[in-house]
Each structure stands twice: as C-alpha cells, then as structure tokens.
Ligand binder design. Sequence first.
Ligand code: DGL
Length: 278
Amino acid sequence: MSETRSTPTIGVFDSGFGGLTVLAALMRRMPHARYSFIGDTARLPYGSKSRRTVARYAAESAQFLVREQGAEFLVIACNTASALALDAIQDAVPVPVLGVIEPGAAAAHAASQSGDVLVIATDATVHSHAYKAACAAKNLRAYEKACPLLVPLVEEGWINHHVTDAVVRIYLGELTSDAAAAGMSADTLVLGCTHYPLLRPLIERAAPRGITVIDSAESTADAAAALIETVVPSASRGMSEPTEIHCFATDSVEKFERLGSRFLGRTTGKVQLVDLGG
Ligand code: DGL
C-alpha cells in the first residue's frame, strides 16, 4: 500500500439499508474517499438467523467488497454480523475489519454516569450478549432487549409512521420497566442495530426523560477514521477527490435507490444488483 495515496477505498456492509447510517457518518468524517456499500437485501433479516448462517452470508459480502471492489478497509455496519461473525469475517479477508459493537460500548461508557445501560437490538444480537460482554469489559451493566419488528418497519420506509411510533413505545415501555425491576438505574440507551438511528426521533420521544441515546454509527465512524488515518493520513482532511459511492444490493435495487437516497441524505446513484449465491 503506497504511503502517498490520499484516497482510501472503504467497504461498508449491512444486511439492508440500515448501514447507510454508518456510511453517512463515515462520509462526514472522510469526505474524500471511495466507498463501496453492499446491502444483502435478498437475505435480510440477519437478526433472526443462526450464527453459522450469518457468518457465511457476512463473509461472502466481505469477500465481494475486497475481491471485486478493492476495499482496503471494511466497516461492518451491521450489529448482528458484528456480534455473531466478526471473527469469521476477519478470517475471510486480508484487510482490517471494524465492527460496530465495540465503538457502541465505548460511546455508552463515555455517556453513562450511573454505569447502567439499556441496549435495543435484533434477536440474534441480544442472544449473543455481545453488548453485555463489551459493556462488562468497561464496568458497565447492560440490559438488552430484542425489538424484532423495527427492522421490517424501517425497510418498509415507515420511519415516521404512527404504527412504528406505537411499536417503539411498547418496546421501550417494556424495556424500562423490566430493567427497573431488575434493579438497574439506566441513563443511557444504545441503538444496537444500524437500522434504529433512522427511528431516532421516535425513540427519543418515547424514551424516559434524562436518557442519553447512543448511535453506534457515529462512534464507529470515529473509530474507522482513526484507523484509516494511520494508513492513509490525509483521508479525513480531504484536499483531493470528491466522495465516490458505489452501492450494491442482492435484491430490490429500485427500492434501495428510492429509500436508500432518503436514508443517506444524498443520492445512492445507480444501485447494482449482485448475486452472492443462495
Ligand atoms: N442492521 C442490522 C443490525 O445492525 C440488522 C438487520 C437485520 O436483522 O438484518 O443488526
């Protein structure tokens, strides 16, 4: 890898559109990079699948980004894949790989005064207890709750819909009363799924007063920028090329272009269909 290059190629992966929240955060910090994003929309949701299946799917997307797109760094913009398959992804590709769990736990640590943290995530992420472990390593207690209805609502584009609002209120009501009954005095809520930042306004309205909401997309982008800066020092400063984005999906290309542009805050450009196998 040349010392003088200023434009890194960064691969970003999620099961669907949710990871675009991480891509948007990366672009804010490193505007002069080439990004390849793949959403494995044909096989979403990952959150209800086994570790073995998530590892196989995630490794295939990672290999596509490295082999076909020349990615020199990978950001796993999916909590489920980060929680269940980070090791498998690292074994599958020869480039640095960053997941979202550790940066999310670090941000919770920085925000929490009480040391008690709530985490909402997919079923698979919650059952892996990856957040509980990452938080415990920082002396935080985490109370995790699966919110399986939220990903399909986001994928449907119902990000400001009364049905989604009602679902969010039910989940957060259950979470806060269960956590209180377990003796927790939580002051921080981690959005442990990259789809959830798209529901942030609803979540903030429904969360109890005084709770700080943590979006792991932001802390992941900070960690990625720090890592990439060590290899391509001008990546975050940007004197050279404009942002280049190449988006790929394994299904629903038109829907990806329509909703993805909304979530990214700029056009995704033409999304290309990719077949990663069954
Ligand atoms: N966006 C993914 C995550 O962060 C999950 C979506 C899914 O269930 O596929 O966990």
